[in-house]
Design a protein around this ligand. Structure first.
Ligand code: B12
Length: 478
């Protein structure tokens, strides 16, 4: 028997859909599985105590979604909390502990080492969890289990990540309380594929999901959407890195939704790359129920787009906004301000351009989270000694350590970069502004950090549904 534990207690709460898929796969393999959801528990430690007082699982799986909040200057780091949770669980059970999750997979080996967990799974958890369970009950041959991080003779070993292809997932979605998450978190989640083959210099998705596109059968995706709809969940956020990569699959998913008439019952939001996108896809998405797109816009400055490794041009962003408007789809543009080479001029060019193309919203956070093994990390390392690099921002002492929240803000933006960006935005309510290093007493929040966001929690409590940028935009007014 297997116990899966959700440790993400951020609010608004996001359903641990990875555990829903894993539990479905474990059941299909013929094992019993329980989910202990600490996010929905008032008292997590008591919940764990009560559970382990009456259950003796053979394996405990812990889901670790967010390593940090990726938001400067908040820069919250959750690995110490995970360590504490694992320590607590070890006092309650002798079962081995395996950790997995999207954030976990970015730093798999380091997290196993830091937290003292027995095992980790780097990548997809469905097959890997079943295989680990089988090996633990059998011959304990760990060398060949894809994704496994394991200990032997005082060493930690890392097998190659588990990124199985073809990808087929359980569609029942009945292992977690999706409806409770919908009522408290304002949306459900679903994936149409895994992996991303883009080369954005800052992105960690290739570390956690791989660079090979692993597509689900559109019929399977639609079956799953119907399972969620049957539970009363009629607003979804897709959990793909970028829905339109590849274009043909996005179109095929829309066609299947349209064929089943899902677009009239279901509303959904998604992340998208700015290209490929055209009138045909925009129309199909709208008919399939898409009501909002959050584009990886990054910048309105050609030189910064090049630096970030983007393939789109600023003109593509303008077209994307027009296509959304023509198809009644709300549009958000996610920017990244402060990367290598950002100057007051490039920042001004971006803000001015975004104002001109007029999306519903634009996220303008400051600071790029530096992940290890990315082009971004290589750029920073090529700039010389990390500890004295004036572009690096962090809140911890000692050597620079990308495992902990470490950000890049181009020093060319001057000593008060957030103020500079806010001045450029000049109170335009379409923008989510960067947080200030020292928050102003009593000032109403204008950023879009979704961690511990009481404004969102309250709005959802009173019935708001949808992507968080859309809910914030509605409640803050424009
Ligand atoms: C969609 C998404 C969102 C949506 C969620 C929509 C929804 N309804 O679910 C929204 C916009 C709300 C969102 C918000 C945030 N997000 Co987000 N999000 C994503 C995204 C794109 C997909 C996550 C997902 O659900 N994947 C699908 C599921 C099935 O995959 P999974 O969770 O990885 O699970 C699999 C494996 O990891 C593994 N696994 C999982 N658990 C376990 C447990 C065990 C025991 C095992 C063995 C395996 C295992 O098996 C699962 C199945 O194969 C990821 C990036 C990405 N491409 O994955 C970022 C990502 C997770 N988000 C991130 C962040 C930072 C946030 C925010 C904190 C941002 C902020 N400050 O506001 C908030 C936090 C929200 C919250 N309350 O938790 C970061 C986390 C990085 C980090 N350093 O930790 C990511 C990785 C993006 C990034 N690269 O920066 N997010």
């Amino acid at each position: 028997m297997l116990t899966l534990i959700n440790t993400n207690r951020m609010v608004p709460p996001i359903g641990p859909i990875g555990l829903d898929y894993i539990a479905g796969a474990v059941r299909k393999a013929g094992f019993d599985v329980d989910i202990v959801d600490l996010c929905l528990a008032d008292e997590p430690v008591k919940t764990l105590q009560n559970y382990f007082a009456s259950h003796r699982p053979q394996l405990v799986g812990i889901s670790f979604r967010n390593v940090d909040d990726c938001f400067w200057p908040s820069a919250m780091w959750f690995v110490p909390d995970l360590t504490e949770t694992i320590r607590t669980i070890k006092t309650m059970t002798d079962a081995p502990i395996v950790v997995g999750g999207v954030g976990f997979s970015i730093f798999a080996r380091q997290i196993v080492e830091y937290t003292g967990a027995d095992f980790g799974i780097h990548g997809d958890g469905e097959n890997a969890t079943v295989s680990l369970h089988n090996e633990l009950c059998g011959s304990r041959k760990f060398e060949k289990l894809n994704g496994l991080i394991w200990r032997a003779n005082g060493d930690i070993h890392s097998n190659r990540p588990a990124w199985p292809k073809p990808l087929s997932l359980p569609v029942e979605r009945d292992a977690i309380d999706n409806l409770a998450y919908f009522k408290k978190g304002g949306q459900g989640g679903i994936e149409t594929k895994r992996g991303c083959n883009r080369r954005c210099i800052y992105c960690a998705d290739r570390l956690s999901k791989g660079t090979t596109l692993r597509l689900r059968d559109p019929k399977e995706v639609a079956d799953e959407a119907q399972s969620l709809l049957a539970q009363g969940i009629d607003v979804l956020h897709l959990c793909d890195s970028e829905f339109n990569i590849p274009y043909s699959h996005a179109y095929a998913v829309c066609e299947e939704f349209i064929h089943r008439g899902l677009g009239t019952h279901l509303h959904w939001y998604t992340y998208m790359a700015v290209t490929p996108f055209d009138a045909e896809l925009a129309k199909a998405m709208s008919e399939a129920g898409c009501v909002g797109i959050d584009f990886t816009g990054d910048s309105g400055s050609p030189s910064m787009l090049k630096t970030y490794g983007q393939v789109h041009r600023k003109e593509d962003l303008a077209l994307a906004v027009r296509l959304c408007r023509a198809n009644n789809i709300k549009v958000m543009i996610d920017l990244l301000l402060g990367g290598p080479g950002e100057t007051p001029e490039t920042a001004a060019e971006t803000i001015k351009f975004i104002k001109q193309i007029n999306p519903d919203c634009a996220g303008a956070p400051l600071g790029v989270r530096i992940y290890p093994d990315t082009e971004m990390a290589r750029i920073v390392e090529s700039e010389g000694t990390l500890e004295t690099n004036p572009n690096i921002r962090r809140k911890y002492d000692g050597p620079v350590d990308f495992f902990q929240p470490t950000f890049y803000i181009s020093q060319a933006l001057g000593p008060k970069p957030a103020e500079l960006v806010r001045d450029l935005i000049a109170g335009d309510k379409r923008f989510f502004e960067p947080m200030l290093d020292i928050p102003e007493e009593g000032r109403v929040s204008t950023d879009h950090n979704y961690n511990d966001n009481t404004e969102l929690v309250e709005a959802i409590k009173t019935g708001a549904r949808g992507a968080y940028w859309d809910i914030l935009h509605r409640i803050r007014g424009s």
